[in-house]
Design a protein around this ligand. Structure first.
Ligand SMILES: [Zn+2]
Length: 291
Protein backbone atom coordinates (compact mmCIF):
# COMPACT_ATOMS: atom_id res chain seq x y z
CA UNK A 1 0.00 0.00 0.00
CA UNK A 2 1.07 3.56 -0.45
CA UNK A 3 0.75 6.45 1.97
CA UNK A 4 -2.11 8.73 0.98
CA UNK A 5 -1.44 12.30 2.07
CA UNK A 6 -4.84 13.91 2.52
CA UNK A 7 -3.32 17.30 3.26
CA UNK A 8 -2.47 17.55 -0.42
CA UNK A 9 -5.28 18.40 -2.86
CA UNK A 10 -7.53 19.10 0.12
CA UNK A 11 -8.46 22.64 -0.81
CA UNK A 12 -9.41 21.49 -4.30
CA UNK A 13 -11.49 18.62 -2.88
CA UNK A 14 -13.27 20.81 -0.33
CA UNK A 15 -14.17 23.32 -3.03
CA UNK A 16 -16.10 20.60 -4.86
CA UNK A 17 -18.04 19.67 -1.72
CA UNK A 18 -18.77 23.32 -0.99
CA UNK A 19 -19.98 23.98 -4.54
CA UNK A 20 -22.27 20.95 -4.20
CA UNK A 21 -23.62 22.17 -0.87
CA UNK A 22 -24.33 25.61 -2.28
CA UNK A 23 -26.33 24.03 -5.06
CA UNK A 24 -28.58 21.97 -2.77
CA UNK A 25 -29.13 24.72 -0.17
CA UNK A 26 -32.79 25.11 0.86
CA UNK A 27 -33.28 28.78 1.53
CA UNK A 28 -36.63 28.37 3.33
CA UNK A 29 -35.26 25.79 5.75
CA UNK A 30 -31.71 27.16 5.97
CA UNK A 31 -30.16 23.71 5.57
CA UNK A 32 -28.37 21.38 3.13
CA UNK A 33 -30.20 18.11 2.33
CA UNK A 34 -27.15 16.01 1.45
CA UNK A 35 -28.16 13.21 -0.86
CA UNK A 36 -25.09 11.32 -1.91
CA UNK A 37 -26.54 8.77 -4.29
CA UNK A 38 -28.66 11.10 -6.35
CA UNK A 39 -27.68 14.72 -6.27
CA UNK A 40 -23.90 14.32 -5.78
CA UNK A 41 -23.80 12.10 -8.87
CA UNK A 42 -26.12 14.28 -11.00
CA UNK A 43 -25.29 17.91 -10.19
CA UNK A 44 -24.30 20.27 -11.69
CA UNK A 45 -24.59 18.03 -14.79
CA UNK A 46 -24.49 14.27 -15.07
CA UNK A 47 -21.54 14.41 -17.48
CA UNK A 48 -19.45 16.51 -15.11
CA UNK A 49 -21.00 15.67 -11.75
CA UNK A 50 -19.43 16.59 -8.41
CA UNK A 51 -18.83 12.85 -7.99
CA UNK A 52 -16.78 12.77 -11.20
CA UNK A 53 -14.91 15.93 -10.28
CA UNK A 54 -14.08 14.50 -6.86
CA UNK A 55 -12.90 11.26 -8.47
CA UNK A 56 -10.29 13.16 -10.48
CA UNK A 57 -8.98 15.05 -7.46
CA UNK A 58 -8.70 11.83 -5.46
CA UNK A 59 -6.94 10.01 -8.29
CA UNK A 60 -4.37 12.80 -8.52
CA UNK A 61 -3.90 12.63 -4.77
CA UNK A 62 -3.29 8.86 -4.96
CA UNK A 63 -1.03 8.93 -8.04
CA UNK A 64 -3.83 7.08 -9.85
CA UNK A 65 -3.61 3.91 -7.74
CA UNK A 66 -6.38 2.09 -5.91
CA UNK A 67 -6.10 2.80 -2.16
CA UNK A 68 -6.31 -0.93 -1.39
CA UNK A 69 -4.79 -3.15 -4.07
CA UNK A 70 -2.53 -0.69 -6.01
CA UNK A 71 -4.21 -1.25 -9.34
CA UNK A 72 -3.57 1.64 -11.74
CA UNK A 73 -6.75 3.66 -12.38
CA UNK A 74 -7.87 5.99 -15.15
CA UNK A 75 -11.14 7.24 -13.64
CA UNK A 76 -13.03 6.06 -16.73
CA UNK A 77 -15.24 3.18 -15.65
CA UNK A 78 -12.61 1.55 -13.46
CA UNK A 79 -12.90 3.74 -10.36
CA UNK A 80 -15.36 3.89 -7.46
CA UNK A 81 -15.35 6.23 -4.51
CA UNK A 82 -14.80 4.44 -1.23
CA UNK A 83 -16.18 5.94 1.98
CA UNK A 84 -13.70 5.50 4.81
CA UNK A 85 -16.48 5.97 7.35
CA UNK A 86 -19.20 3.96 5.58
CA UNK A 87 -22.14 5.84 4.07
CA UNK A 88 -24.61 4.16 6.41
CA UNK A 89 -22.54 4.69 9.56
CA UNK A 90 -24.20 5.74 12.80
CA UNK A 91 -22.52 7.58 15.68
CA UNK A 92 -20.99 4.45 17.11
CA UNK A 93 -19.47 3.32 13.83
CA UNK A 94 -18.16 6.82 13.05
CA UNK A 95 -16.55 6.95 16.47
CA UNK A 96 -14.48 3.86 15.64
CA UNK A 97 -12.82 5.73 12.75
CA UNK A 98 -12.62 9.18 14.36
CA UNK A 99 -9.70 8.31 16.61
CA UNK A 100 -6.46 10.09 17.42
CA UNK A 101 -4.53 8.10 14.76
CA UNK A 102 -6.58 9.89 12.11
CA UNK A 103 -6.84 13.57 13.11
CA UNK A 104 -8.39 14.51 9.76
CA UNK A 105 -11.28 12.07 10.22
CA UNK A 106 -11.66 13.19 13.81
CA UNK A 107 -11.46 16.91 13.22
CA UNK A 108 -13.17 17.72 9.97
CA UNK A 109 -16.01 15.28 9.36
CA UNK A 110 -19.60 15.11 10.51
CA UNK A 111 -22.17 12.41 9.66
CA UNK A 112 -24.27 13.60 6.72
CA UNK A 113 -27.50 12.69 8.53
CA UNK A 114 -26.64 15.15 11.30
CA UNK A 115 -25.26 17.82 8.99
CA UNK A 116 -28.37 17.75 6.76
CA UNK A 117 -30.77 18.41 9.60
CA UNK A 118 -28.90 21.28 11.21
CA UNK A 119 -29.82 24.83 10.40
CA UNK A 120 -26.87 26.83 9.09
CA UNK A 121 -24.32 24.17 9.99
CA UNK A 122 -20.71 25.25 10.41
CA UNK A 123 -18.41 24.40 7.48
CA UNK A 124 -15.63 23.39 9.84
CA UNK A 125 -16.89 19.79 9.62
CA UNK A 126 -18.16 18.63 6.22
CA UNK A 127 -20.73 15.85 5.63
CA UNK A 128 -19.10 12.43 5.49
CA UNK A 129 -20.78 11.06 2.36
CA UNK A 130 -19.49 13.84 0.12
CA UNK A 131 -16.33 15.22 1.69
CA UNK A 132 -12.81 14.83 0.38
CA UNK A 133 -11.39 13.76 3.73
CA UNK A 134 -13.68 10.73 3.96
CA UNK A 135 -13.32 9.61 0.34
CA UNK A 136 -10.63 7.60 -1.40
CA UNK A 137 -10.45 6.26 -4.95
CA UNK A 138 -10.75 2.50 -5.17
CA UNK A 139 -10.88 0.10 -8.09
CA UNK A 140 -14.08 -1.76 -8.99
CA UNK A 141 -12.11 -4.84 -7.99
CA UNK A 142 -13.13 -6.99 -10.92
CA UNK A 143 -10.75 -9.58 -12.28
CA UNK A 144 -10.94 -11.14 -15.75
CA UNK A 145 -14.06 -13.07 -16.64
CA UNK A 146 -13.63 -16.79 -16.89
CA UNK A 147 -15.91 -19.56 -18.07
CA UNK A 148 -17.62 -21.45 -15.28
CA UNK A 149 -19.74 -24.19 -16.81
CA UNK A 150 -21.69 -22.39 -19.51
CA UNK A 151 -21.52 -18.96 -17.90
CA UNK A 152 -18.84 -16.32 -17.86
CA UNK A 153 -18.13 -14.92 -14.42
CA UNK A 154 -15.58 -12.59 -12.97
CA UNK A 155 -12.71 -14.35 -11.29
CA UNK A 156 -13.52 -12.74 -7.96
CA UNK A 157 -13.54 -9.31 -6.41
CA UNK A 158 -11.39 -7.20 -4.16
CA UNK A 159 -11.40 -3.69 -2.68
CA UNK A 160 -14.54 -1.54 -2.48
CA UNK A 161 -17.08 -4.22 -3.39
CA UNK A 162 -16.25 -6.91 -0.80
CA UNK A 163 -15.42 -4.27 1.81
CA UNK A 164 -18.98 -2.90 1.71
CA UNK A 165 -19.56 -1.63 5.23
CA UNK A 166 -17.10 -4.03 6.87
CA UNK A 167 -14.70 -2.42 9.30
CA UNK A 168 -11.52 -1.23 7.58
CA UNK A 169 -9.41 1.43 9.25
CA UNK A 170 -7.65 3.59 6.64
CA UNK A 171 -4.11 2.61 7.56
CA UNK A 172 -2.95 4.06 4.22
CA UNK A 173 -3.40 7.47 5.84
CA UNK A 174 -0.43 6.70 8.11
CA UNK A 175 3.06 7.70 6.92
CA UNK A 176 4.50 4.34 8.05
CA UNK A 177 1.94 2.17 6.21
CA UNK A 178 4.75 0.33 4.37
CA UNK A 179 5.97 -1.06 7.70
CA UNK A 180 2.45 -2.08 8.82
CA UNK A 181 1.43 -3.98 5.68
CA UNK A 182 4.09 -5.67 3.56
CA UNK A 183 4.25 -8.09 0.63
CA UNK A 184 6.25 -11.27 0.46
CA UNK A 185 8.03 -12.61 -2.57
CA UNK A 186 5.46 -15.38 -2.99
CA UNK A 187 2.88 -12.61 -3.51
CA UNK A 188 1.15 -12.79 -0.16
CA UNK A 189 0.12 -9.66 1.71
CA UNK A 190 1.10 -9.59 5.37
CA UNK A 191 0.16 -7.59 8.46
CA UNK A 192 3.29 -6.95 10.52
CA UNK A 193 2.85 -8.78 13.86
CA UNK A 194 5.17 -6.25 15.56
CA UNK A 195 2.97 -3.31 14.62
CA UNK A 196 0.65 -1.96 17.33
CA UNK A 197 -1.95 -1.87 14.56
CA UNK A 198 -1.51 -5.54 13.64
CA UNK A 199 -5.11 -6.48 14.35
CA UNK A 200 -6.46 -3.53 12.39
CA UNK A 201 -4.13 -4.34 9.47
CA UNK A 202 -5.40 -7.94 9.42
CA UNK A 203 -8.95 -6.64 9.43
CA UNK A 204 -8.26 -4.24 6.55
CA UNK A 205 -6.65 -6.99 4.45
CA UNK A 206 -9.60 -9.32 5.05
CA UNK A 207 -12.32 -6.70 4.53
CA UNK A 208 -10.93 -5.63 1.15
CA UNK A 209 -10.16 -9.26 0.25
CA UNK A 210 -6.55 -8.49 -0.62
CA UNK A 211 -5.50 -12.12 -0.17
CA UNK A 212 -7.43 -13.04 -3.32
CA UNK A 213 -5.50 -15.70 -5.26
CA UNK A 214 -5.25 -13.80 -8.54
CA UNK A 215 -3.95 -10.73 -6.69
CA UNK A 216 -1.30 -12.84 -4.96
CA UNK A 217 -0.34 -14.40 -8.30
CA UNK A 218 0.01 -10.96 -9.86
CA UNK A 219 2.29 -9.78 -7.04
CA UNK A 220 4.39 -12.94 -7.22
CA UNK A 221 4.87 -12.51 -10.96
CA UNK A 222 5.97 -8.91 -10.51
CA UNK A 223 8.56 -10.09 -8.03
CA UNK A 224 9.80 -12.62 -10.56
CA UNK A 225 10.05 -9.98 -13.30
CA UNK A 226 11.39 -7.23 -11.02
CA UNK A 227 14.84 -6.96 -12.67
CA UNK A 228 13.51 -6.52 -16.19
CA UNK A 229 12.80 -3.01 -17.44
CA UNK A 230 9.13 -2.15 -17.52
CA UNK A 231 9.42 -1.06 -21.17
CA UNK A 232 10.96 -4.39 -22.03
CA UNK A 233 8.22 -6.32 -20.24
CA UNK A 234 5.58 -4.47 -22.26
CA UNK A 235 7.54 -4.76 -25.52
CA UNK A 236 8.17 -8.48 -25.11
CA UNK A 237 4.60 -9.46 -24.32
CA UNK A 238 2.72 -8.45 -27.44
CA UNK A 239 1.33 -11.86 -28.29
CA UNK A 240 0.54 -15.13 -26.60
CA UNK A 241 3.76 -16.87 -27.54
CA UNK A 242 6.03 -14.02 -26.49
CA UNK A 243 4.15 -13.71 -23.19
CA UNK A 244 4.48 -17.41 -22.59
CA UNK A 245 8.24 -17.30 -23.24
CA UNK A 246 8.75 -14.28 -21.04
CA UNK A 247 6.76 -15.70 -18.11
CA UNK A 248 8.00 -19.26 -18.33
CA UNK A 249 11.69 -18.41 -18.79
CA UNK A 250 11.72 -16.32 -15.64
CA UNK A 251 9.53 -18.62 -13.58
CA UNK A 252 11.97 -21.45 -14.20
CA UNK A 253 14.61 -19.40 -12.39
CA UNK A 254 12.53 -19.46 -9.19
CA UNK A 255 12.11 -22.32 -6.77
CA UNK A 256 8.36 -22.48 -7.42
CA UNK A 257 7.03 -25.99 -7.96
CA UNK A 258 6.54 -27.18 -11.55
CA UNK A 259 2.83 -27.21 -10.89
CA UNK A 260 2.80 -23.58 -9.82
CA UNK A 261 4.97 -22.53 -12.76
CA UNK A 262 2.58 -24.22 -15.14
CA UNK A 263 -0.49 -22.69 -13.52
CA UNK A 264 0.96 -19.16 -13.56
CA UNK A 265 2.14 -19.51 -17.14
CA UNK A 266 -1.25 -20.69 -18.37
CA UNK A 267 -3.06 -17.96 -16.46
CA UNK A 268 -0.98 -14.96 -17.49
CA UNK A 269 -0.45 -16.02 -21.08
CA UNK A 270 -4.17 -15.22 -21.50
CA UNK A 271 -4.59 -11.67 -22.71
CA UNK A 272 -7.19 -10.64 -20.11
CA UNK A 273 -5.00 -11.72 -17.22
CA UNK A 274 -1.90 -10.18 -18.74
CA UNK A 275 -3.66 -6.81 -19.24
CA UNK A 276 -4.83 -6.96 -15.64
CA UNK A 277 -1.29 -7.86 -14.49
CA UNK A 278 0.15 -4.78 -16.23
CA UNK A 279 -2.20 -2.53 -14.24
CA UNK A 280 -0.32 -3.55 -11.10
CA UNK A 281 3.07 -2.17 -12.16
CA UNK A 282 3.36 -0.46 -8.75
CA UNK A 283 4.77 -3.80 -7.59
CA UNK A 284 7.56 -3.63 -10.15
CA UNK A 285 9.29 -0.96 -8.06
CA UNK A 286 8.19 -2.30 -4.69
CA UNK A 287 11.11 -2.71 -2.27
CA UNK A 288 10.83 -6.49 -1.98
CA UNK A 289 12.55 -7.51 1.24
CA UNK A 290 14.40 -10.48 -0.14
CA UNK A 291 15.35 -8.73 -3.37
ZN1 LIG B 1 -8.27 -2.20 -5.82
Amino acid sequence: MQYVNKRENREEGNKITQAYLQEIWIEDEQRYPVDYNESFKKLPTKANSYYKQMTQVLLNNQNHYCCYCMRRLTGKGDTTLEHIIPQTADDKVAHYYQRDDFPILKGYIKLSSLFSHEQNPSMAKLPHTVCYDNLVASCHGKFPTIKKGKEFETDGHSCNHPRGVKRALPLYLLTNIDTIITYEINGSIVANPDSPLYKEAEELIQSAQLTWETLSDIRALWYVLRHIDLDQIVAESGNEQSRKDLIQDHLYLTDFSDEKIKALTVKFTKEQYWECFLLYDWFHSYHWNAA
